[in-house]
Design a protein around this ligand. Structure first.
Ligand code: CA
Length: 241
């Protein structure tokens, strides 16, 4: 079961423990992923600025800065997929990491095969959400309730023409909603192919971030409605051009 597309992806690994770094790189290299390792947050941010990687695997406890700050700065620059791999098993960290735009969160000690499976799943979702160069025949601009979303550029434009920054995960989620408006979508459908833990709340975290960016009141959402026990529904007329 090889995925040639994602196997050629460049993965940056930020880990200050050389033994763990070796284990991560070794596990991924075995499945054909190209990995580069850095030991400090600054080095990762510098490296990511030079050429955007497909995915960064980020440790939180680092010698020079907190890993959460690294995730935040990565999302402010050119957003790439982020997997947090940390010894911190705290729900606050987990929620904060996902709120900052991380795509997944794994707690050490980790099972190398599980790491590979999660990496593949993130890259698949990311590649699906990142369309190749849009052609003139492809309809790539969605309009809904005075908002616009350009799926080629991941650009969300507010009714007063402000460009809103979306992480790769949020853009992928918005695209899924826009492609199937006015239909109930389960958490599984919104997450895509990933094998999910039914108690995984990360989709709810992502929905709440997206609501905030769409200025959708979480207590009385007009656009992304919660359908209790079933999932979510995007309630708007969507036109594509
Ligand atoms: Ca560490």
């Amino acid at each position: 079961m090889t995925n040639t597309d994602s196997s050629h992806a460049t993965i940056l690994i930020l880990e200050d423990d050389p033994d763990i770094a070796k284990l991560i790189c070794g596990s991924l290299a075995e499945y054909g992923f190209r990995c580069e390792h850095v030991g400090t947050g600054r080095a990762l941010l510098d490296r990511a600025r030079r050429a955007a990687p497909e995915l960064c695997i980020v440790d939180l406890g680092l010698p020079d800065m907190d890993g959460m700050q690294v995730v935040r700065e990565l999302q402010e620059g050119s957003p790439c997929a982020v997997l947090i791999l940390t010894g911190r098993n705290d729900v606050t960290d987990r929620v904060l990491g996902l709120e900052l735009g991380a795509d997944d969160y794994i707690v050490k000690p980790f099972e190398p095969r599980e790491l590979v499976a999660r990496v593949r799943s993130i890259l698949r979702r990311y590649q699906r959400a990142t369309p190749v160069e849009t052609t003139t025949t492809e309809r790539s601009l969605a309009r809904f309730s005075d908002w616009q979303f350009d799926k080629g550029r991941h650009a969300l434009l507010s009714p007063d023409q402000r460009e809103i920054n979306l992480s790769a995960a949020e853009a992928g989620l918005l695209l899924t909603l826009l492609e199937r408006p006015n239909r109930i979508l389960s958490r599984e459908q919104l997450l895509g192919e990933r094998d999910i833990d039914p108690f995984d709340r990360s989709i709810d975290v992502r929905i709440s971030r997206l609501r905030r960016k769409l200025e959708d009141d979480p207590h009385d959402p007009k656009l992304i409605k919660t359908v209790y026990g079933a999932g979510y529904l995007f309630s708007a007329q969507v036109s594509w051009e």
